[in-house]
Design a binder for this molecule. Structure first.
Ligand code: PHE
Length: 446
């Protein structure tokens, strides 16, 4: 199958666009806040370097070598060409499930862009109620925004890798960079900036336990878009002569920088207003709007810029979640892109409606199973089960079921041999072991 290749810069922007998302600007700051700052940041950076980047490179190698959809890639790259490896393709459906609730959250953010234009909440109770009401009562409004986001995603992926995904990233990523740079410069002028730097870089080890380690590893996975076939699928369109190690490192650096910058901006704003850093998921939806409203018209401008940046970051991630399934359907069943988009689009759109209804007062109880609502189940199944399993599978696959000579040749074409040796040890021993231990711990087995 002939696929349209990215340009090299197109690949980097698209992969960075996938990586940089709500995970960086919404989730990273709030979990850093919950786990007390500096020490967590350090653990996270180590998880990114030794585990995240290692698997990222692994996925790029698989994609760039096989130039095919995820299921086929595993088969063609395995030493024995064992057909059973196609079942590793299960991971591409994870992207569709994540996209279902990701689109709902993106819808909330889009709603906040509009709130920022009109009227931001001015007291704490209203700020909290605005958010809770949106989720528990305003079902129609949520469906409306989820529909707009879904339609945008569908519109982009209909156009394909080159004219859709690459183009959108070429526009939105620089725009995102500009907005964040502007917000960072503003944050630097505020008194609390140094407090934010201290909070993020001076380690307080008292809050670090196994939950923190788990959160750091989970975040490294999620933020680099690993274990869902996204990076493999994008890399199938990476030109063969592109240095894949360099590209991977660059994407990881962009992703980490944006998470840190987002953290610095948000904590500066919070400390400036003497607000708590440990407010959890409501940090961005409740604490920030309140602070922005206190800054008058400037606050409104900042709010619009901030929430728009989140939407841009999220859209480029969202399109990357559906692409693995599209490529699979197109290649495997000889489908047109349009047909594949209609099928996958309907799946994630409907699952998204289930997710948002499951949080409402009216439908929540009937969409709650074993104490978790459908939204939380989708999050739990993907981030705690299918993503770690995919991580183990990818590392074991490359470490034991792919010809070492082939990998050696691929690496040494671009980087010195010792880099290959380090990567090989990490992927063979360190990564699977670390994920298995943390995974079993999370499931309560050890
Ligand atoms: N990396 C994205 C983020 O940080 C999320 C994502 C996960 C994107 C899986 C694609 C695949 O928001």
């Amino acid at each position: 199958m002939k696929i349209n290749k990215f340009s090299r810069i197109g690949f980097i922007l698209a992969a960075a666009g996938s990586a940089v998302g709500l995970g960086n600007i919404w989730k990273f700051p709030y979990i850093t806040g919950e786990y007390g700052g500096g020490a967590f940041v350090l653990v996270y950076l180590l998880a990114m370097l030794f585990i995240g980047l290692t698997i990222f490179i692994a996925e790029v190698v698989i994609g760039q070598t096989s130039e095919a959809n995820v299921a086929t890639s595993f088969v063609t790259m395995s030493k024995t060409k064992n057909k059973n490896w196609k079942f590793a393709g299960f991971m591409l459906f994870t992207g569709l499930i994540i996209l279902s609730f990701y689109s709902v959250v993106l819808g909330w953010i889009l709603n906040y862009v509009f709130i920022s234009f009109s009227a931001l909440p001015t007291d704490p109770e209203v700020a909290a109620a605005t958010f809770t009401n949106l989720i528990t009562k305003e079902t129609n409004l949520q469906i409306f925004f989820h529909t707009i986001i879904s339609a945008t995603v569908i519109f982009i992926v209909l156009k394909g890798i080159k004219d859709g995904i690459e183009k959108v990233n070429l526009i939105l990523m620089p725009l995102l960079g500009l907005i964040l740079a502007g917000l960072l410069i503003y944050a630097i002028t505020l008194d609390s900036f140094s407090e934010a730097v201290e909070f993020m870089f001076i380690a307080d080890w008292s809050k670090i336990d196994e939950n923190a380690l788990l959160a750091a590893l989970g975040q490294a996975f999620f933020t680099l878009s690993l274990g869902v076939g996204t990076i493999m699928t994008y890399s199938a369109s990476l030109p063969k002569n592109a240095n894949f190690v360099k590209s991977s490192v660059l994407v990881a650096i962009i992703d980490t920088t944006i998470a840190i910058v987002a953290g610095l901006i948000i904590f500066t704003f919070l400390f400036e207003a003497d607000a708590k850093s440990s407010a959890g998921p409501g940090l961005v939806f409740i604490s920030l709007p309140l602070i922005f409203s206190g800054w008058g018209i400037l606050g409104q401008v900042i709010a619009v810029a901030f929430f728009s940046a989140l939407v841009f970051a999220g859209i480029t991630s969202a399109v990357s979640m559906i692409e693995p399934s599209l490529m699979f359907f197109i290649e495997r069943f000889n489908m047109t892109r349009k047909k594949a988009v209609v099928i996958c689009g309907s799946v994630f759109y409907s699952l998204g409606i289930v997710a948002l209804l499951s949080m409402s007062e009216a439908y929540g109880p009937s969409l709650t199973f074993f104490g978790k609502n459908a939204f939380d189940w989708m999050d739990y199944i993907t981030s705690s089960i299918t993503m770690p399993i995919a991580g183990i599978l990818i590392s074991v696959f490359l470490g034991y079921y792919v010809d070492k000579q082939l990998l050696h040749e691929k690496f040494t074409r671009f980087v010195p041999e010792f880099i290959f040796n380090i990567w090989y040890i990490l992927i063979r021993y360190v990564v699977p072991l670390a994920i298995i231990v943390l995974f079993l711990n999370k499931l309560g087995v050890i």
